[in-house]
Design a protein around this ligand. Structure first.
Ligand SMILES: Cc1cc2nc3c(=O)[nH]c(=O)nc-3n(C[C@H](O)[C@H](O)[C@H](O)COP(=O)(O)OP(=O)(O)OC[C@H]3O[C@@H](n4cnc5c(N)ncnc54)[C@H](O)[C@@H]3O)c2cc1C
Length: 658
C-alpha cells in the first residue's frame, strides 16, 4: 500500500479479485435483449408459456451485483423511446386471457390500485399487473443476504414509512388493512439506542481530493441521526471542528452558523423571510446572506443529496431549514412551507407523518400487499412474520387466481379500443424476453413512471405528453455491503458517516430492528450490512438537468467501478480501525435507480403554474379507459402519495361506470 497516498491502493489490496457474489443470476435467464423480437409463443389454448418467475429457485431479492433497474429491465423501454422497438417487433399474438383491469407497474402504487379496485368494484375482479423488473415492489425492493449463516436484510430502495405530511385517510386505511401501525411497531421493534450504547455516533469522512487530507472525524453532531440517536450540542460541534482538516476561518464560520442566534434577515416578517428563503438556494443563503467563507460550502454541499438528489446549490434554503440545516435559529420562522410551494419537505417543520423502518424498508409493504392480493404467494398472517416469509413466485401468475402479477414484462403499448355494440376495452401489448404479446381488458391503470407514458400511449394529446416528459425522476444509488464484522466502526466510534466530498455521500451501519423472527446484529464481532448511498448529480446545473446528467452517468457505470469505489472509500475511511476491504467485504449489491424519486417542483427552477396547469395534473388526466397513478402523478416521492394516486386513478375509472 502507498502510505503517502492511501487512495492509491492496488486492486489486489482492495480485494477486487476476491470471490464474492457479484453477478445477478437472473440476467440472461430472464431476458434475452439484443435478439430480434418475435411474436410470443402460445400454448394450444392461446396462453403464454414459459415464464422465468415459474422456474425453481427464482428469488430475486437474493441476487447480488447490479440491482435496482437491473440489466434486462430497461432495454426494451429504451428501444421504445429510441424508436427502434417496432422495427424489430413482429405483430403480437392476442392472448386469450381477459381482465377487468390491467395495471402497468408493480410498485406500491400499482399494487395499491389492484387492492382499491377489488375493494370498490368487485372482490372477484380479474386483474393483471405487468412489471418490467424481475421482482414486484417498484422502488420498494428488498436485498437479502445470508451472512455468517444468518438472514440479514436491507432496503434496496424505498427506505421507510415517512412523509412530510400525515398519511391521508386512504393511505392510513390501507396501512391499517395491512396491519401496519407505525407507532406501535416503532416502539416494539426499533432499537435506535443500540449504537449509542456501544459508544458509536455520527462522523464525517473528509476526503483528500476535496479537503486536502483523508480523515475520519467522529462526533459530528449534525442534528438527530436516524439510527444513532446522536444529538447536536454546542460543545460537541466545537470539539468536532477542532479535529477536522479545515482552516481556522472555515471552523469559525461553521461554528457561527451552527450555534449563533443571528437573524440574517432582520426587519422581515416570518412569512416574508420564508418567501425569500424559498427563492434562494441554501448555498446562496450561506454565501451571500450568512456570508461564510467559500470553503464552508464544501462541508455542507451534499447534506441535501439524500433527500432531493441534488446538493445545496440547487435546493431552496427554506427546505434546508425544514430538514434542520443550520443558520436559521435566529430567524424565528413559523412552521410550514411558503404558500407558493407545492408538496414540500418544509412540511417536516410541522412534524411529518408517523415513521417506521422495516428491515427491508417499504418492501415489506409491497409484500403485505401481494399477500392481500394473492394469499398463497406469501404465506403467513401478521405484519411481523412478513419480514421472513418466503415468496412463492410461481404462484404470482396462476390461472386460478383473480389477481396475477407477471414479472419481466415491459408494456410497450396501451390503447383504447372501441368496439361496435359492446363495452369499450383497452388493448395492452407487452414484451417479455424477446417475445411480444397483446391482451384485452376493461380498463388500464398506468402505475408506471410518468415519462414512459408518452411512449406507451402515443395517441395522448401533445400537451399531456409534454407535461409527462417534464416529470424527470431523480437518480440515486443505494448500495448494500455485507461485512464480516464491524469492529473497525466500534474502534473509530462511528455508526453513520457523512462524506461530503466523496463518491458515496453516506455510509451507515444497518438500522437495528428486531421484528418477528428477524434479529439485527448486536455485537461488533457479528457480520452486518452497510448502507451506502450516492446521488450522481452535477452541481451548478438546474435541478432537472442534474437529474438527466446523473441518469446518463448511471447508465454507463459498470458494477466494477461501483465496487472499486466502495472498497477504496471504505479503506480510506476505516483503515485506522483495522478495516481491510479485501478481507472484510463479503457481498455487494448495488441498487441503481436512474429513475428514482418522483420529481418535486423546485421554486428555484420551476415556474408558479396557474391552478390545474402543473405538469403532474395535466399529465395524469384520464384518457378514455386509461387512468394514471404512480407517485409521479402526485409530483412527489413518497409512499403515501403512491397510494393516494392509486386511489384517485381507480376512482376515475369507476366513475366511468356510474
Ligand atoms: C432509492 C429510493 C428511496 C426511497 N425512499 C423512500 C422512503 O424512505 N419513503 C418513501 O415514502 N418513499 C421513498 N421513495 C419514493 C418511492 O418512489 C415511493 O415511496 C414509492 O415506492 C413509489 O411507488 P410507485 O408505485 O409510485 O412507483 P415505483 O415504485 O417506481 O413503481 C413503478 C413500477 O412501474 C414499472 N414500470 C415502468 N414502466 C413500465 C412498463 N413500461 N411496463 C411495466 N412496468 C413498468 C417500474 O419499473 C416500477 O417497478 C424512495 C425512492 C427511491 C428510488
Amino acid at each position: 500500500m502507498n502510505k503517502e497516498n492511501p487512495s492509491q491502493r492496488t486492486d489486489r489490496e482492495l480485494g477486487m479479485d476476491r470471490n464474492i457474489p457479484r453477478r445477478d443470476f437472473l440476467n440472461g435467464a430472464a431476458m434475452t435483449i439484443g435478439a430480434a423480437l418475435l411474436p410470443g409463443t402460445l400454448s394450444p389454448e392461446g396462453k403464454k408459456i414459459d415464464e422465468p418467475q415459474n422456474q425453481p429457485g427464482y428469488n430475486p431479492p437474493i441476487s447480488s451485483g447490479l440491482r435496482g433497474s437491473h440489466p434486462g429491465s430497461f432495454e426494451i423501454a429504451h428501444s421504445l423511446r429510441d424508436g427502434t422497438f417496432w422495427k424489430d417487433a413482429a405483430a403480437p399474438p392476442q392472448l386469450t386471457e381477459k381482465y377487468d383491469l390491467i395495471i402497468v407497474g408493480g410498485g406500491i402504487s400499482g399494487l395499491a390500485a389492484a387492492h382499491f379496485y377489488r375493494e370498490r368494484a368487485s372482490k372477484s375482479a380479474k386483474i393483471l399487473i405487468l412489471e418490467n423488473h424481475d421482482d414486484f415492489g417498484g422502488h420498494a425492493k428488498r436485498n437479502e443476504f445470508q451472512l455468517g449463516g444468518k438472514l440479514q436484510l436491507l432496503n434496496g430502495g424505498t427506505m421507510l414509512i415517512d412523509s412530510p405530511t400525515a398519511y391521508s385517510a386512504e393511505a392510513t386505511g390501507l396501512m391499517q388493512k395491512l396491519g401496519i401501525d407505525p407507532v406501535a411497531l416503532n416502539k416494539k421493534c426499533s432499537d435506535p439506542g443500540l449504537y449509542r450504547s456501544l459508544g458509536l455516533g455520527t462522523g464525517a469522512f473528509f476526503d483528500q481530493e476535496t479537503f486536502g487530507a483523508d480523515r475520519l472525524v467522529a462526533g459530528l453532531a449534525a442534528g438527530e441521526e436516524e439510527n444513532s440517536g446522536d444529538i447536536a450540542t454546542s460543545s460537541k460541534i466545537e470539539d468536532f471542528l477542532t479535529r477536522a482538516p479545515l482552516s481556522g476561518t472555515v471552523r469559525r464560520d461553521i461554528l457561527r452558523i451552527e450555534q449563533s442566534q443571528i437573524d440574517y434577515l432582520p426587519g422581515l416578517t416570518s412569512a416574508e423571510k420564508k418567501d425569500r428563503l424559498s427563492r434562494m438556494s441554501y448555498k446562496d443563503f450561506l454565501s451571500n446572506v450568512a456570508k461564510v467563507d467559500p470553503s464552508v460550502i464544501s462541508f455542507y454541499q451534499t447534506r441535501t443529496n439524500g433527500e432531493w438528489g441534488v446538493g445545496i446549490d440547487a435546493e431552496p434554503a427554506l427546505d434546508c431549514w425544514a430538514i434542520g440545516l443550520p443558520g436559521f435559529q435566529g430567524l424565528q420562522l413559523e412552521p410550514g412551507a411558503a404558500p407558493h410551494m407545492s408538496y414540500s419537505a418544509a412540511g417536516y417543520a410541522n412534524g411529518g407523518s408517523t415513521r417506521f423502518h422495516f428491515p427491508d424498508g417499504n418492501a415489506s409493504i409491497a409484500r403485505l400487499l401481494v399477500r392481500l392480493l394473492i394469499p398463497p404467494a406469501v404465506p403467513g398472517n401478521s405484519v411481523e412474520d412478513i419480514v421472513t416469509a418466503p415468496v412463492h413466485y410461481e404462484k404470482l401468475d396462476a390461472d386460478t387466481s383473480p389477481v396475477r402479477i407477471r414479472l419481466n414484462s415491459t408494456v410497450v403499448r396501451v390503447r383504447n379500443v372501441e368496439r361496435a355494440n359492446a363495452a369499450h376495452e383497452v388493448e395492452v401489448t407487452y414484451a417479455s424476453g424477446k417475445q411480444v404479446f397483446s391482451l384485452r381488458a376493461g380498463a388500464c391503470v398506468l402505475a408506471c413512471w410518468a415519462m414512459t407514458i408518452p411512449y406507451l400511449c402515443p395517441d395522448l394529446p401533445e400537451k399531456q405528453k409534454e407535461a409527462l416528459h417534464y416529470l424527470v425522476k431523480v437518480p440515486l444509488v443505494y448500495t448494500s455491503v455485507g461485512l464480516r464484522n464491524w469492529t473497525s466502526f466500534q474502534k473509530l466510534g462511528v455508526s453513520n458517516i457523512h462524506a461530503p466530498g466523496a463518491y458515496w455521500n453516506s455510509v451507515n451501519l444497518n438500522w437495528p430492528v428486531n421484528i418477528g423472527d428477524y434479529r439485527s446484529p448486536r455485537s461488533p464481532e457479528e457480520p452486518i450490512l452497510l448502507h451506502m448511498s450516492r446521488t450522481p448529480c452535477k452541481p451548478g446545473l438546474p435541478a432537472r438537468e442534474q437529474h438527466k446528467a446523473g441518469r446518463m452517468e448511471l447508465l454507463v457505470t459498470p458494477f466494477e467501478l461501483f465496487e472499486r469505489k466502495i472498497r477504496d472509500q471504505l479503506s480510506r475511511t476505516l483503515a485506522a480501525g483495522g478495516f481491510d476491504a479485501a478481507r472484510d467485504i463479503e457481498a455487494i449489491t448495488v441498487n441503481r435507480w436512474p429513475h428514482g424519486y418522483g420529481y418535486e417542483y423546485n421554486p428555484l427552477f420551476d415556474p408558479e403554474w396557474p391552478a390545474g396547469q402543473a405538469p403532474h395534473i395535466v399529465g395524469r388526466k384520464r384518457f378514455g379507459r386509461i387512468a394514471v397513478a404512480n407517485s409521479d402523478s402526485g409530483a412527489t416521492a413518497y409512499t403515501d402519495v403512491a397510494i393516494d394516486q392509486a386511489y384517485r386513478a381507480v376512482d376515475e375509472l369507476l366513475s366511468l361506470n356510474s
